[in-house]
Write a protein that binds this ligand. Structure first.
Ligand SMILES: CC(C)(COP(=O)(O)OP(=O)(O)OC[C@H]1O[C@@H](n2cnc3c(N)ncnc32)[C@H](O)[C@@H]1OP(=O)(O)O)[C@@H](O)C(=O)NCCC(=O)NCCS
Length: 182
């Protein structure tokens, strides 16, 4: 049986702080992010320094059998909670880790914040992620332009999640051969 864990970046070896930067700066990741430019070490360390001890802005590293596979970020934005995730390397694409991070992210938000819906924005050409969000019950709620790029906004109601979460958990346990309490 495999072991899957999501750990707060500040609870693990300090070297992960800079590893996160290298993973985030990969072209296949940053091209899909709201801020698509390369982030400097100075800006990254400055940003990370502001996150220490905060519950409203979290960064998790996902591990399978001790090896990092992805990063999940989750932050409070005004009255909304936004999350995002990415793989640590392109070779891991298509193995189900996106589905696993989607499950963890949604569960984390609903378990930790008193919200009855999650609203996120996704680049409208990121079809894979839009499809993944839809599989987890998100519905397209609008379109916005930000920094000359087009995004769709998507909303997931907590009731829909409650109906579907056990089914997702079973699929994840089967695909990854884990017995997850995530
Ligand atoms: C987003 C990202 C993590 C997705 O990773 P991935 O490896 O492609 O994800 P998955 O393997 O879980 O695949 C997702 C798809 O497979 C499905 N899937 C995968 N394994 C499955 C399984 N065993 N059973 C059912 N469905 C499965 C997912 O539901 C989804 O469906 P789709 O075929 O309609 O796209 C990855 O593309 C990435 O890091 N991209 C760059 C950053 C980014 O775009 N982040 C999102 C915005 S913040």
């Amino acid at each position: 049986m495999n072991k899957v864990e999501f750990k707060d970046v500040f609870d693990i070896d300090e070297s992960y702080i800079l590893r996160v930067l290298a993973w985030r700066n990969q072209e296949f990741v940053r091209s899909k992010m709201v801020s698509k430019d390369i982030i400097s070490e100075k800006d990254h360390l400055n940003y990370m320094g502001k996150l220490v001890g905060r519950d409203d802005n979290k960064i998790f590293v996902g591990f399978i059998n001790g090896e990092a596979f992805g990063i999940v970020t989750c932050k409070v934005e005004d009255t909304n909670i936004d999350y995002g995730y990415y793989l640590v390397k392109e070779e891991l694409l298509g193995m189900g880790f996106g589905m696993l991070m989607e499950y963890f992210s949604i569960k984390y938000v609903f378990d930790n914040f008193f919200v009855d819906k999650i609203k996120i924005k996704v680049l409208d050409d990121n079809k894979k992620v839009i499809s993944l969000h839809k599989k987890f019950g998100f519905k397209v709620s609008g379109n916005i332009t930000f920094d000359e790029r087009s995004f769709v906004t998507m909303t997931l109601e907590k009731d829909i999640w409650e109906e579907k979460k056990e089914r997702h958990k079973k699929i994840i346990n089967k695909v990854f051969n884990v017995n997850t309490s995530l």
